[in-house]
Design a protein around this ligand. Structure first.
Ligand code: PLP
Length: 409
C-alpha cells in the first residue's frame, strides 16, 4: 500500500513525504540505488540525442558502447550479446540459443527455480505452484532436478551436494539423456525459491557434466548479477565458466533491459532472423542507463561494498537469530541475504514471516518474502546502503520480531 512518488538512494517517499527504507531494491533492480544522479543524467542526455535506433535498421552507438562495457566484466571469450527487455524474454532467448547450438530439445532446471512468466519460463519455474496453476499444459522437454538446499533437507552441505549429484546422475539416465539435453539452467543463488546459494562444488559438477556431454551451462544471473552477491556475478564465487549468462534487473537501474551473453561460437549457431524483437538493443535510453550503471558499479566499487555490507548485515541477523528461535536460518551471499522462519516444530512458518514483514512495513521498512513456503524474508537493499541504514533496518526488524511474538502456524 505504499504509494511511492520519489526515490533517492535507499529511500522511497510517498506523496505526504513519508520516507521508507527500501530493502527490496525493486527486487534487485536498483543496485545503484534510487535515481542515482549519474544514471539519471545519462538518461536525460540520451533522451536529447536519440530515443530509439532499431537494430535491424541501424547500428545504435550506445548499444555498441554497452556491449563493450559488458564484455569487460564477462569471462574472456564471452563477448557476444543479445538484448531484450526483461528476464523472461532473456531466459527464452538463452534456451533457444542452446537448442540452436546443440540441435537438442531438452532443458534441465532445478527445484525452486524462477525464470519468468512466459510459457517456456513458466515451465522452467517451480518456486511456487501459483506461477503455473491454470496454465497447463506447459511446454514439454523440461526436467527438474533437486537444488542443493541444505537447510530444507536438514543435512550438512556435503551430504546435500552428494545427494543432489546422485539425483542428477539418475535424471540423466531416466528423464533427459545427455544427447537430448541442450541446456542446464541454474540460478547460482536461488532467488524466488528461497535465497539459497548453490554450493561451489555443485556448480563445478554441473560444469563437468556440460563439458562431458556438450551441454550448455546457462547461468541465470537475473537477480544475483551486477554486484549483488559481492562479486559482479555470483558464478565468480565458484570460479565456474558459464556458456550462456542471463542478465536483467540490476543492468538498467530501473529502465527495462535484459541480455544474454555467450561466445561467438555459440552465437554464430543462430541463423540471422531466427530470434529477435523490435526493442532489444534499439532502446538506447535503456542502453544509456545500463552504461551509466556499469560505470557506477565500477567507480563506486559496489560489488566490494555489497560483500562488506552483506557480512555486516548477516552478522547482525545472526545475533538476532541467537535471541529469536523462529529464525531457523540466516544465509546468503553479499546483499542477497535471507532469514528463514520456522515454527516451534522446526517447520516452515509463513505466518511468522508474513507477520514480521507486515510489522516492518508499518514501521517504514520495506522487505519482501520468498521461497515455496513463503517463509523467507529476503534482504536485498541497494548496494549503496550504509551501515547506519542496516542498523536502522535491524532495529525495526527486531521490534517486529518481538511484536509478532510466538505465532502458531
Ligand atoms: N530469472 C530470475 C532469477 C528472476 O529472479 C526473475 C524475476 O524475478 C526472472 C528470471 C524473470 O525476470 P522478469 O520478471 O524481468 O521477466
Amino acid at each position: 500500500d505504499v504509494h511511492a512518488v520519489r526515490g533517492e538512494g535507499v529511500r522511497m517517499y510517498d506523496a505526504a513525504g513519508t520516507a521508507y527504507l527500501d530493502f527490496t531494491a525493486g527486487i534487485g533492480v536498483l543496485n545503484t540505488g534510487h535515481c542515482h544522479p549519474r544514471v539519471v543524467q545519462a538518461i536525460k542526455d540520451q533522451a536529447d540525442q536519440l530515443l530509439f535506433g532499431q537494430i535491424n535498421c541501424v547500428v545504435p552507438a550506445k548499444t555498441v558502447e554497452l556491449t563493450e562495457k559488458l564484455a569487460e566484466i564477462m569471462p574472456a571469450g564471452i563477448d557476444r550479446f543479445y538484448f531484450a527487455n526483461g528476464g523472461a524474454e532473456a531466459t527464452e532467448a538463452a534456451v533457444k540459443l542452446a537448442k540452436a547450438a546443440t540441435g537438442r530439445q531438452n532443458t534441465i532446471v532445478f527445484q525452486g527455480s524462477f525464470h519468468g512468466r512466459t510459457h517456456l519460463a513458466m515451465a522452467m519455474t517451480t518456486s511456487k505452484t501459483v506461477y503455473r496453476t491454470g496454465y497447463h499444459p506447459l511446454p514439454a522437454g523440461i526436467a527438474v532436478a533437486p537444488f542443493p538446499h541444505a537447510f530444507h533437507f536438514g543435512w550438512d552441505e556435503d551430504t546435500t551436494v552428494d545427494f543432489c549429484i546422485k539425483q542428477f546422475e539418475l535424471l540423466l539416465k531416466s528423464r533427459s539423456a545427455p544427447e537430448e539435453t541442450a541446456a542446464i539452467v541454474i540460478e547460482p543463488v536461488l532467488g524466488e525459491g528461497g535465497y539459497v546459494p548453490a554450493p561451489a562444488r555443485f556448480l563445478r559438477y554441473l560444469r563437468d557434466v556440460c563439458d562431458r556431454y556438450g551441454i550448455c551451462l546457462v547461468l541465470d544471473e537475473v537477480q544475483s548479477g551486477f554486484g549483488r552477491t559481492g562479486r559482479m556475478f555470483a558464478f565468480e564465487h565458484a570460479g565456474v565458466r558459464p556458456d550462456i549468462v542471463i542478465m536483467a534487473k540490476g543492468l538498467g537501474s530501473g529502465l527495462p533491459i535484459s541480455a544474454i551473453a555467450a561466445s561467438a561460437a555459440l552465437m554464430d549457431a543462430w541463423r540471422p532472423g531466427t530470434h529477435g524483437g523490435t526493442y532489444g538493443g534499439g532502446a538506447v535510453i535503456s542502453a544509456a542507463a545500463a552504461c551509466a550503471t556499469l560505470d557506477v558499479l565500477r567507480d563506486e566499487h559496489l560489488p566490494e561494498r555489497a560483500a562488506h555490507m552483506g557480512a555486516y548485515l548477516q552478522a547482525g541477523l545472526r545475533a538476532l537469530q541467537a535471541r529469536h528461535s523462529e529464525i531457523g536460518d540466516v544465509r546468503g551471499l553479499g546483499l542477497m541475504t535471507a532469514t528463514e522462519f520456522v515454527d516451534e516444530a522446526g517447520e516452515p512458518s509463513m505466518a511468522i514471516a508474513k507477520s514480521v514483514q507486515k510489522a516492518c512495513i508499518a514501521n517504514r521498512l520495506l522487505l519482501l518474502t520468498c521461497s515455496s513456503f513463503n517463509n523467507v524474508i529476503r534482504w536485498i537493499p541497494p548496494l549503496v546502503v550504509e551501515e547506519s541504514d542496516i542498523d536502522e533496518a535491524l532495529g525495526v526488524f527486531e521490534a517486529a520480531l518481538c511484536a509478532s511474538g510466538p505465532v502458531v502456524n
